[in-house]
Design a protein around this ligand. Structure first.
Ligand SMILES: Cc1ncc(COP(=O)(O)O)c(C=O)c1O
Length: 510
């Protein structure tokens, strides 16, 4: 079927207009096609379920290569705007991972955007949907640490000591690079525990990893520059790079992590690589040593940056985690990103980067424009928490607790859900990927789960490739074994009900 039958002339014209508009000249062609189609979807011109033209036919109509259209479709799929069904083509998604609410309110978003008179960049950020920050600790919300047993009295005591020692000085502006005692504590910690090569003057304290990714995307790359990113990948990284107008080039992941051979063989190269080498998000793979070394060598030869997101290495359950890439990199091409969101508690809002020396000044200036600096009193309290040995003790005790919870979840999934999912038991982290092995729809299960008070995160939304596995990322760290068992049983009831319902018509007709 040709594009004219699937795309009305006016729709085709919209895409062509994006392609030739000089205002979009900095964007690669596939990004212009992707943005045009995304706009048609957001404006409800292309409604849910609407088939899109085959990439070959659309490429012919637009006078571009099929690869260009494929790249646009891949990105639309990665962002959840379209679904790709093997053998039958591409369709506008019924709903996206950003939730029904976002999709239903596209008209509102459009109206608000017009009212707010946003820039193209601003509009793209709003359309990306941002990150859901107010996550509630309902099983199986992923990425959540246990906070109910946090040593709050100890924290309060350390904070009082800070206020006593610094007095009203603690109320003044702080160093945009971060409080020196905290930078020192972080450098000591990453050197000892993560095999990094850090000094206090190379640490920049930030609000979170998300801020680190946004800073890197804007300070190290220009709009339209290519960045290699894992497929599947953490949605926060992808959104930060999209918001900065970068061209995300997806690299598959296998059991040894990102398949860096794709990067070596890509003639177009890229300015940066974003990766989670210690514990790939969400598959849990560990990047093998030879791939680490290949990447470091490639980055040096190409003058590219490696953005190493080391988000949960504190929680590896079978011995010490592999040391970080930054510590192996003698050429200073790696930016190490760390966070206390999972190792302590999410509301702390303290993350950090370990920077190559030449980037410390520029990145500190850039952060001063974003939020000035991180709040001083929590920084000084955290510095004491770390240097007093409490951080190490907390991690050790949480590691034991989470290991038990992982074992419990694995047991319950095998006991109650074996007809529906296959668990991929991770060696670390706060969540377990479970792949669907039945023919129920991932989306339908997520929606039904939400109605029953179960939070499920779909694996397919993290993938760019059309052959993504469906399933869920089940968070376990923030829930006790009885809470996990109750949630697993509820999910099992729900799945049994859904499969009975699915089988029902054929029973009636036979
Ligand atoms: C891979 C990855 N990186 C970073 C983060 C978030 O860290 P932060 O709160 O510091 O932005 C998460 C949280 O889920 C994550 O999964």
């Amino acid at each position: 079927m040709g594009p004219d039958q699937l795309f009305k002339n006016s729709q085709l014209e919209t895409v062509k207009a994006w392609l030739v508009n000089p205002a979009h000249a900095a964007m690669p062609r596939h990004a212009r096609i992707q943005r045009a189609i995304r706009q048609l979807i957001l404006d409800s011109v292309l409604g849910p379920g609407k088939p899109l033209p085959a990439s070959r036919a659309l490429a012919t109509s637009l006078g571009v290569s099929r690869d260009t259209v494929e790249a646009a479709y891949t990105q639309l799929h990665a962002e959840g705007f379209i679904e790709r069904r093997v053998g039958s083509g591409s369709f506008v998604a019924e709903v996206t991972e950003f939730g029904l609410k976002d999709r239903r309110s596209n008209r509102d978003v459009r109206a608000r955007r017009q009212e707010a008179d946003l820039s193209g960049r601003g509009a793209a950020i709003v359309e990306g949907g941002g990150m859901r920050t107010m996550l509630s600790p309902i099983a199986f919300t992923h990425g959540m640490p246990e906070t109910r047993n946090f040593p709050i009295q100890l924290w309060e005591r350390l904070q009082r000591q800070v206020l006593r020692e610094y007095g009203t000085k603690a109320l003044l502006h702080g160093d945009p690079q971060g409080a020196e005692p905290l930078r020192r504590a972080i450098a000591d910690y990453v050197n000892l525990e993560r095999g990094a090569r850090a000094t206090a003057d190379r640490v920049l304290v930030l609000t979170c990893s998300q801020q680190a990714m946004t800073l890197c995307a804007n300070m190290l790359l220009n709009p339209g520059d290519r960045i290699f990113i894992e497929d599947p990948a953490y949605q926060g990284a992808r959104k930060a790079f999209n918001a900065a107008g970068l061209d995300c080039v997806f690299v598959p992941v296998d059991r040894q992590g990102m398949v860096v051979e794709h990067i070596m063989n890509d003639p177009l190269g890229a300015k940066a690589v974003s990766l989670t080498p210690s514990h790939q998000f969400p598959t849990g793979a560990k990047l093998s040593l030879d791939r680490r070394l290949m990447l470091i060598d490639w980055a040096e030869r190409h003058g590219a940056w490696l953005l190493e997101d080391d988000y949960d290495s504190e929680f590896h359950y079978n011995g010490k985690p592999t040391e970080c890439v930054q510590g192996l990199d003698p050429h200073d091409r790696t930016i190490y990103i760390g966070t206390f969101t999972k190792s302590l508690f999410p509301s702390l809002r303290i993350g950090y980067v370990v920077l190559p020396p030449q980037l410390v000044g520029p990145m500190t200036i850039a952060r001063s424009l974003l939020d000035g600096h991180t709040s001083v009193i929590p920084q000084l309290t955290l510095a004491r928490f770390m240097s007093g040995g409490h951080f190490g003790a907390h991690i050790r005790s949480m590691r034991g607790l989470y290991a038990e919870r992982l074992e419990a979840l694995t047991h319950f999934v095998r006991q109650y859900l074996s007809d529906f999912v296959e668990p991929y038991v991770p060696f670390g982290g706060l969540q377990m990927p479970c792949v669907l092995i039945c023919d129920l729809s991932e989306r339908a299960i997520i929606d039904a789960g939400r109605r029953e008070g179960i939070e499920l995160f779909g694996l397919s939304s993290l993938n760019a490739s059309q052959h993504a596995q469906t399933g869920f990322l089940l968070g376990f760290a923030a829930y006790t074994p009885p809470e996990l068992e109750a949630a697993v049983k509820k999910l099992a009831d729900l799945l049994h009900g859904m499969s009975r319902q699915k089988a029902a018509p054929s029973i009636t007709h036979s």
